[in-house]
Design a protein around this ligand. Structure first.
Ligand SMILES: CC(C)(COP(=O)(O)OP(=O)(O)OC[C@H]1O[C@@H](n2cnc3c(N)ncnc32)[C@H](O)[C@@H]1OP(=O)(O)O)[C@@H](O)C(=O)NCCC(=O)NCCS
Length: 382
């Protein structure tokens, strides 16, 4: 038996969490973590949030250019035509245990879509299909859980407006529609995060794009990634009043517990998406009458930035997105699914870009166990 250390080659480098390892070149998203800047295809996220739309950003991420008027109109129409989901999916949603985790339900229904799609459409067409249908799945399950019937998509509405319409059965106000549109734009891509990497690993084996997206949904489900938004909102609800914030935050930090919606592997300053969402959270809570939650969030931010800022821990996108989703009518268990409904654009754009220059992703592990052990028959084991 060799002692394990002899077996480890000295040149092997272990990077836990693959921190700072690049897996591909990209022209999709650039993050400047030091300065808190984010660009999609070279355009600042601040400009896109203010001036663009989710449909236009999807086109930009997939096609690497801003569409002209005619291209955008045709593209919007194509997206709107794809919103209906097969009856088999609605039947499944009606039958499934209503207490099921919505991310599990989304994963299963995307899998059903993949099984049913025998078309010879290319990955771009499949990506449109996925992006257009996922909101219908999410809102149908949201309503079924609440004892309501699903609302049929309305192809005359924008993606954001139709999403909220299918959720509530009411056409949204201008401020609701703009808030939803912005929140979708902000979540559409974020370079090589855990869920995108999961998608690429699957794509690199030349599996199909539905399987990649299922992998992305599975990775996004975790509280260190896409579920931090619901955890942050639950924290605001638990605190209950701005007067309780100080005690809560200090208690939590003294117990070495993390504040959800704070910290980021890349950003060591404010996540620009958190800054944009903060202003939308401000607007939407003013009209929705849940101002108390916004004031709680602001106070947490103030105290936590004072305590953690020197370590580079600042609010990330999830800190305010949960509050925005909640104000728009989504229940906390559904927040990660809304995140996924937008990130599917980034997942598929990154997969298509990777496949242009594919290489099977197959990293290695550094073996630290023993070898050449003698096999002991079961009757001789103590
Ligand atoms: C996102 C996250 C996993 C990134 O973590 P990371 O880059 O691996 O950072 P580390 O876990 O190495 O943490 C570095 C230090 O900051 C602290 N820290 C990180 N995030 C923190 C948080 N949310 N609250 C309090 N302290 C935090 C760690 O305790 C650690 O402190 P130490 O050096 O004194 O031990 C982490 O910040 C986190 O768990 N955040 C909460 C979940 C969340 O909001 N996720 C959404 C990300 S978009």
């Amino acid at each position: 038996m060799l002692p394990s250390r002899d077996y480890v080659r000295v040149l092997d480098v272990l990077r836990k969490g693959l921190e700072d390892i690049a897996v591909k070149e990209t022209s999709i998203t650039y993050i400047d973590g030091k300065m808190g800047r984010l660009f999609y295809r070279g355009y600042s996220i601040f400009d896109l949030a203010e001036l663009s739309s989710f449909e236009e950003v999807s086109f930009l991420l997939w096609k690497n250019k801003l569409p002209n008027i005619r291209e955008l109109e045709t593209f919007k129409k194509t997206m709107a035509e794809q919103r209906e989901v097969p009856g088999q999916i609605l039947e499944y949603l009606a039958k499934i245990d209503p207490s099921s985790n919505p991310m599990d339900v989304l994963r299963t229904t995307v899998s059903m879509m993949g099984t049913a799609d025998r078309s010879d459409s290319d990955n771009f067409e499949k990506s449109i299909r996925l992006t257009s249908k996922i909101p219908t799945i999410i809102t149908s399950f949201h309503r079924i859980r609440a004892g309501l019937s699903p609302v049929q998509p309305d192809s005359s509405l924008t993606h954001a407006s139709n999403f909220l319409y299918m959720l509530t059965g009411q056409k949204p106000s201008e401020v609701e529609e703009k808030t939803m549109d912005v929140v979708l734009i902000l979540h559409a891509d974020h370079e090589m995060n855990a869920s995108t990497f999961a998608c690429l690993v699957i794509a690199s084996t030349l599996s199909d794009i539905y399987s990649s997206v299922i992998g992305g949904i599975s990775a996004l489900k975790g509280p260190l990634h896409g579920a931090a938004n619901s955890e942050a909102l639950k924290m605001f609800l638990e605190i209950g009043s701005p007067d309780n914030v100080e005690e809560y935050v200090y208690k939590r930090l003294s117990r070495k517990e993390r504040l959800m919606g704070f910290g980021h592997r890349i950003y060591k300053t404010y996540d620009p998406r958190a800054l944009i969402l903060r202003s939308y959270a401000d607007k939407i809570t003013s009209v929705k009458g849940n101002r108390n939650l916004y004031e709680i969030a602001r106070k947490i931010e103030e105290i936590a930035v004072r305590s953690l800022g020197q370590k580079g821990i600042y609010p990330n996108v999830d800190f305010y997105s949960g509050l925005v989703f909640y104000s728009l009518g989504f229940s906390p268990e559904f927040f990660p699914t809304v995140f996924a409904s937008s990130r599917v654009v980034g997942w598929t754009a990154q997969v298509m870009e990777y496949l242009n220059d594919n290489r099977l992703i197959r990293p290695k592990a550094i073996y630290v166990g023993d070898i050449e052990k003698s096999y002991v028959p079961i009757e001789d084991r103590s």
